[in-house]
Design a binder for this molecule. Sequence first.
Ligand code: BG6
Length: 304
Amino acid sequence: MSQQDAATLNQRFGIAGQLEFTQETNGLVVARIANTHALCAIALQGAHLMTFQPTHEQPLIWLSPVARLVPGKSLRGGVPVCWPWFGTHASESNFPAHGFARTVLWQVAESAALPDGSTRITFELPQSAMPAMQWPHACRVRNVVTVGKMLGMELVTENVGDAAFEIGEALHTYFAISDVDKVRITGLEGAEYLDKVDDWQRKTQAGSISIASEVDRLYVNTETECVIEDAGLKRRIRIAKRGSRSTVVWNPWIEKSVKMGDFGSDTGYRSMVCVESANAAENVVNIAPGAAHALHVVYSMERL
Ligand code: BG6
């Protein structure tokens, strides 16, 4: 599929003083939003949000300092869109982890300047970008990003075929934090989770979450808001969601992050934590013909 180029996109969807498209030397296009509320950059590859920084504040989203946009490769950081499955495919181990949506080209479908000064941009995943061998279902997928004082993301899957299908998905959000020692995550107290670092054992969360070693947990049946309390940056990040019944909390810690090789330094893992709004494991979503499912998340920040 050919990529929409920056010049054409600027003509069709650019908004003076708010939204501009730029092209990297390798041809990949980035939508750049700068409005009175925030700065934000989103790559068309993967509809991958790379940065979000409210005006006069530190970035909310973590992007590895060595992240480079390369065709067909997901960026380490930002908000990868995991779709139409989360993690390893249930039966085909050679299918890409977290689905194919994060590494293929999306298209821009709409843009709008909203009355409150926010900017909205809608990306659509064309059916032609979905490998039929991995995904033989007719559907329409959109990622609607609203950049204001808060960041809104809505991942919508519409079944336009004549048979039901099942999806797993996640907005795999990497948050910027002061230091892993100085944060705790609340909102999942008492929830059950599958512990990937302990052979997927099912456990119950006691109290808030602190991170002092590798954490890779899939919390099931969790629809409540999560909060990242950051005593170092003296701020609270609030993650409010709808249409998401799973929450994944991930920090690879030192050994795994060094092995991954794209965290920028041996201590890169200390400045990030993923709190992912998902539908995975027993929470995958069945979508009937003609029906649609939306996973909607609003990220906001307040000072402590
Ligand atoms: C998390 C998974 O969602 O993503 C982890 O729970 C995984 O197990 C992590 O390591 C990163 O995945 P990837 O494919 O982007 O390296």
